[in-house]
Design a binder for this molecule. Structure first.
Ligand SMILES: [Zn+2]
Length: 364
């Protein structure tokens, strides 16, 4: 770490409430301090509205449309996220070993969920460990040990015999698997587009559901009561009509189902939020979507009817607390993004960071 001290001034948004807004902070030895360091000579100044480094809670590093990618491609993905202000990623499943990124001070921090775990031939080829229900718990245990406190299941997918989305796992298997993950200290999340897998997963103790487009009026109170979070990935749900068009001829029931889920997506997210379900920002970058879309997802949550300050919190203060990582706290690693205008007034400000500071260093 260099001796240079960074002085961030303007409005430092350490929390959603006015009493957590400071006029300035200092970065010394890569860490945040709210006290001016004595005798600092080499001081660089950044001015504007500072937020904690943004969180993308559903992102895939080391993956593209065809499966695992070489390390130099993973590096580019991580750099694209970083330059968009995403400094903390919850990786929602990757077939690549990206552990080397942990040693790179210039790349975002990653919380991994290991590799996707799917039912045999019930997910995108090349992505997942594909197993049958009898092997689910042991596979979950392996990925729990490999990851950083999360495991990722594919909860539903098209069943080609049925011609529609359907749940991938019997209730007993997910119950056993989730209990095993919890025993090992890992939380569990699942990819779910449709309705029919959700009750079993929630009653089996799942911690989070990705996409959650299948949330219904009956299921929402259950999620709220159990405190199960959702990561809607609306920038990804925007692709449903295209997918539906592509599958129309062969799987008309599936296509119609995807279109229904798409059409009610904003109502679903708004109803979940209104019921008190924790909602977090995730882009689903890395499969078909490019990296760096975090600002677009925050804007989509606002479009769905989540108040701007709450949508901001879903990628900053609340998201970091949920993942057990600090924000702009005294002594925390200085991971922050500075904007020219107040992102609380208009979340579109997030699309153009003035400065990104990672581990105390101005990037780029
Ligand atoms: Zn994903």
């Amino acid at each position: 770490m260099s001796d240079q001290v960074l002085h961030v001034k303007g409005r430092v948004l350490a929390g959603p409430d006015e009493d957590r807004v400071h006029d300035e902070l200092w970065v010394v030895g890569g860490r945040i301090s709210y006290e001016r360091p004595p005798g600092a000579r080499d001081v660089a100044t950044v001015e504007g509205w500072a937020l904690p480094g943004l969180v993308d809670a559903h992102c895939h590093v080391g993956l593209d449309a065809h499966g695992p990618v070489p390390d130099d491609v993973s590096e580019k993905q991580a750099l694209t996220d970083r330059d968009a202000g995403t400094l903390l990623i919850r990786d929602a499943g990757s077939p690549s070993d990206t552990r080397w990124i942990d040693d790179r001070e210039d790349l975002p921090k990653i919380i991994r969920a290991g590799r996707h775990i799917a039912r045999t031939r019930r997910y995108i080829r090349g992505y997942a460990h594909e197993v049958e229900p009898a092997d689910l718990a042991s596979c979950v245990a392996r990925e729990a040990r490999r990851g950083d406190g999360w495991v990722k299941l594919v909860g539903d997918w098209i069943d080609r015999d049925l011609g529609d989305l359907s749940a991938c796992w019997p209730r007993g298997a997910v119950q056993e698997a989730i209990a095993e993950a919890h025993r090992l200290g890992a939380r569990v999340t699942a990819h779910c587009f449709a309705e029919d897998s959700l009750r079993d997963l929630v009653e089996a103790g799942i911690d989070c559901v990705e996409h959650a487009t299948g949330l219904t009026e009956e299921l929402i109170p259950l999620f709220a009561e159990r405190g199960v979070a959702i990561v809607p990935t609306l920038v990804n749900i925007a692709l449903f009509p295209r997918l539906a068009d592509g599958g129309e001829a062969k799987y008309p029931r599936w296509s119609a189902h995807m279109r229904r889920l798409y059409e009610r997506r904003y109502d679903t997210v708004r109803a979940a939020y209104d019921a008190g379900i924790p909602v977090y920002v995730g882009t689903d970058a890395g499969g078909t979507l490019p990296h760096g879309l975090v600002a677009g997802e925050v804007a989509e949550l606002v479009k769905a009817g989540i108040p701007p300050l709450e949508a901001l919190s879903a990628t900053t203060w609340a998201a970091r607390a949920w993942l057990g990582r600090p924000g702009l706290d005294e002594g925390a690693p200085a991971d922050l993004v500075v904007y020219e205008e107040d992102p609380r007034a208009d979340v579109r400000v997030l699309a153009a960071p003035r400065r990104v500071v990672l581990n105390g260093r101005i990037t780029g």
